[in-house]
Every structure is written in C-alpha cells, then in structure tokens.
Design a binder for this molecule. Structure first.
Ligand SMILES: [Zn+2]
Length: 249
C-alpha cells in the first residue's frame, strides 16, 4: 500500500514537472514538502543565492508579530513609497501581504530589527543572512539579502505547515488573499501564493512567484523566476501551467 502511494506520488510529480517544462518558459524549482527535497528544477543554479524581492514579506510578518504580541497595525497607503501610485488605501496585514503594499511594510520595518527577520528565517531552515542591512530590506527592496532557491521554497513549505501558529497564520492568510485577489491572482485559489520583484544586474528586474498547492493542504512549493519581468507578470505567465496541474494534466 505504501509502495502504491509512493508510486502515485512519483507519477504526480512527473506530471507536474512535464507540465512546467511544456507550458512555462521561466525558471522553476519544485519542492516536495512530504519528502523534503527538490523534485525537479530548471534554470536555477542550486548553489547561487538570489535576491527575492517581496517574497521576504511573509517572514517579516512573522518577525513583527513575534515582537509585538501578534498585534498588527492598520495603515493607509496613499501611494507614497509604494509601487501602486494611487495607493492601496486602508490596509491590514493580510491585504498588505496579498497586495504586497510596500508602504505598509516600510512603516512596520521602521519598528523592527533585521536580526529578528534573520532569526525567523533561520528557524525555518534558511542560512541566517547578515543583519547590517538597510531597513527596506525587510520589505523586499534592494538586494542586500540573497538566498538559495531551495531554502526559500523549503521555508515557505514549512511556514504553511505551521499555519495554525500566530504570525504564520497571518502570513498564510495573506498568501491566500494574494492568490485570490492580489498580486498572484492569475494563479487562483488552488494555490497559496506570493509574488516578488528583485533587482537583476543584467536587466530591468527578476519577477518571482511562489505558489504552494493544493491550497487546503499544500504538498508542493513551487518557486519560479522570469528575467526582465515583475512578480505580477510572472504569476500571469505561470498561470496556464498551474491550471493544467490543477486539472491533473
Ligand atoms: Zn501600498
């Protein structure tokens, strides 16, 4: 019986990888949270750390909660210091993650120490980054922090496994908003998701998307990257492959 399950899981994994190869042109890394290993990847160099932009925000969320009794602020984004010129209006933590509001996270980061986020990352298995970095690093701006792709995917997988814990709960709720109505909405409610845009020395920027699926009990953590793009555009490019994966083909 166990062998049968392993066989079925292997088939499912192969189907996902084939679908990504055929229907997505960007780089990807598929992490299996059950066997705790990378099931397959294309385009990422396993030993090269990368800047991940706003993919840091869920970890910043957890660190802020840890230091503030899990009481998150409300903030009105008028567009200043944010990527959305018209502003996000009044946002709470889940919308701030879902819509990746930089102004919200900058205001939170002003009351934080980078070491607190580094601690959260370390607890989730990510090599502890240096802590003498600008405050905006905690919002995903700049490239002071770089991480190994598999460690990012594994940390997200661990985060959603712990979704019942305070801080993790808000981070996961924000990823649900992102997939349903936010920056990752092309991916839809089959996933918990987050997007990020990181500086790239070679072009305008790297668009990242992190998608965990199926949303109710995520087995897979899929990290993708498209050069010369944004996180939002990358989610749009990934959507056709993910819809096929959802439909099992
Ligand atoms: Zn905003």
């Amino acid at each position: 019986m166990i062998l049968l399950f392993a066989l079925l899981a292997g088939l499912e994994e192969q189907t996902i990888l084939r679908t990504l190869d055929a229907h997505f042109t960007g780089d990807y890394l598929l992490y299996d949270s059950q066997s705790k290993r990378t099931a397959g990847s294309r385009g990422f160099d396993a030993g090269t750390a990368v800047a991940i932009g706003s993919l840091i925000k869920p970890f910043t969320t957890i660190a802020y909660g840890d230091g503030h009794q899990f009481q998150y602020p409300e903030f009105t984004c008028m567009g200043k210091d944010c990527w959305l010129p018209r502003g996000h209006g009044k946002v709470r933590i889940t919308e701030a993650i879902g819509h990746s509001c930089n102004a919200y996270f900058l205001s939170m980061a002003a009351r934080m120490n980078p070491a607190d986020v580094a601690d959260v990352l370390a607890k989730l298995g990510v090599a502890r980054p240096k802590t003498d970095v600008p405050q905006q690093t905690l919002t995903g701006m700049g490239a002071a922090w770089k991480f190994l792709p598999q460690q990012v995917a594994a940390a997200y997988a661990e985060l959603v496994l712990r979704a019942s814990q305070p801080g993790m709960r808000e981070a996961v709720a924000g990823m649900r908003v992102a997939a349903k109505a936010g920056t990752a909405r092309p991916l839809g409610v089959f996933t918990l998701a987050k997007t990020g845009t990181a500086p790239c020395p070679r072009d305008a920027g790297d668009g990242f998307a992190m998608a965990l699926f199926p949303a109710d009990s995520p087995r897979y953590a899929l990290l993708v990257r498209v050069h010369n793009s944004t996180g939002g555009r990358t989610a749009t490019m990934l959507a056709p492959a993910l819809h096929r994966i959802r439909n099992g083909k």
